[in-house]
Structures are given as structure tokens and as C-alpha cells.
Design a protein around this ligand. Sequence first.
Ligand code: AMP
Length: 290
Amino acid sequence: MPVSPKLIRTADAMFAFSRDNSDKTIALVPTMGALHKGHHELVREARRHADVVAVSIFVNPTQFGPTEDLDRYPRQLGDDVAALAEQGNADVVFAPSVGEMYPDGEKNQQVWVTPDRMDTVLCGAFRPGHFRGVTTVVAKLFGICRPDVAVFGLKDAQQFVILRKMVRDLAMQTRLVGMPTVREEDGLALSSRNRYLTVEQRAEAVVLSKATSVAHSLVESGTRSADNIRSAMRREVEEASLAKIQYIDVVDAATLRRIDEIEPGQQVLAALAVFFGGTRLIDNSFSVAP
Ligand code: AMP
């Protein structure tokens, strides 16, 4: 029989749990639920870093834009807790209400953790306010859960780079671990949003990982012109008749600054966002130039 993780619904109870376990190390895996294999890999990784593993499940309203999918984002807490029990790696599930996380209502949030510049490129250029919502909610989660370690997926590369900078710039005492992207057999990155794809869109969605693989090979084989890499990625995506490119870019992996000429030894992030109908998919690859 799988042992169910302890379900905690209030910030006070979560904080009390963390304090009661202050003699142990705690790992936190922040998620918005609708858990898939990618999330479970993060939880499994968390187990390797700490005595106690907490998974937070919270669909954070402040990271969704006014025209985004907040209302239709899948919510399935019962299934998620059952799946975590089945996997056996989570000790606690922290699933607060919006009121717990935003006591005065999210519209009355007045003090934010706001990234500087790093949130105006890549996804941030098209999702104003998104990363401010992410940094703010993660700072809250860190305050409530007091984790020694937090595990995030590199699938959300810009999120990871910004959070790593947040921890450094705000002297937070949580160590971040980045997990490689978990993929379907054909390369499509697992995402809670893949379920929105039609059969035809799903078949074509493989172009995202093809494009980021091409970028990876080009960087690692010594291509210096970032524009050539952007063009090669674009050609891959244009193979898909149903794809609408939002952006394709090649940036420095630490600063997220746009690159013209890749320098020897530079760590490069190639990233893209593509719409299939109303569904927005992202992917990326990290590479080190020779
Ligand atoms: P989300 O529920 O979409 O906010 O994702 C929660 C965490 O899971 C984030 O750190 C994501 O980067 C990570 N994640 C989502 N999809 C994947 C995947 N396919 N592989 C690895 N990590 C993932």
C-alpha cells in the first residue's frame, strides 16, 4: 500500500511543520499540479538531496496574464496526491488556497519580488508580469516552507536562471537544483499543457525539440554566429504547418543577454516558444561553446 503524503492546506501549518523538522533537511518541489512524469522526476531528485521532501501544488494567479489560461489550467489535487503516494517520494504536499498565499487578495499584493531586465527577454517579452509573479510566489513559498534545497526543471530555463539570481541577490539560504527536461519518446518536452494539443498538433510539436537539438549541435560544433543558429532553428519549426512561432532566440545562459557572436567557452541558451492553435509550448537547450 502506498503511503499518502501528509496534506497541508494552510501557511501556518506548513510553517509549523517546517519548524518541527528543523533538525532535518527539507527539499521543496514547487509545482502548479497536474503532475506528470517530469514533475515526478523532480520529486525523485529532491529525495536525493534532503531528509524531508515537500511538494507544493499551487496554481499561482499572479503569474498568468489577463488573456492566459488561468481558469482552464488543470486542477486535480486528489489525483496528484494519489500519484505522489504511488511514487513514494513525497512526505508532504502543501496545497494552499489563493487566500492563504495572498491574504489580502492577489489584486491587493503591494510588495513584489521584481526581476530587473532578465524578465524582458525570451518568454518575459511576451508575458509581462509573469516572472514577477513567479519570483514573488517562490519567495513566499521559501518563507513558508523554509527549504534547504528547491528543485526546478530546466524546461523553464528563464525561470530557473531568474530564480537562481533571486536566491543570490536576496541572500536566500535555499540551494537550487536544476533538472534536465523529461521528454516523450519523440523528444517533445512533457508539459501539463500538452493535453490541449490535437492529434495533428501533437505530431508536429516535435519540431520544438528538433530546433533546440539543432541549436545544441551548432553551438557545440563551434558555430559563432547566433543569427545562423536562430535561422537554423526557424527552418526546423517551419517544417510544421500548424506552428506559429512566438520567438526563437539565442542568449547568454547566465545573464540572458542576446548574443550576436558566441565566444569560446560561453554557455549559451537557445530557446523558443511556439503556438499550436491556442496552446503555447516552450523548449530550450543549454550548450557550451568550444
Ligand atoms: P509547473 O507545474 O509547470 O509550474 O512545473 C513545476 C516544475 O516542474 C517546474 O520547475 C518545471 O520546470 C518542472 N517541469 C515541468 N515540465 C518538466 C519536464 N518535462 N521535465 C522536467 N521538469 C519539468
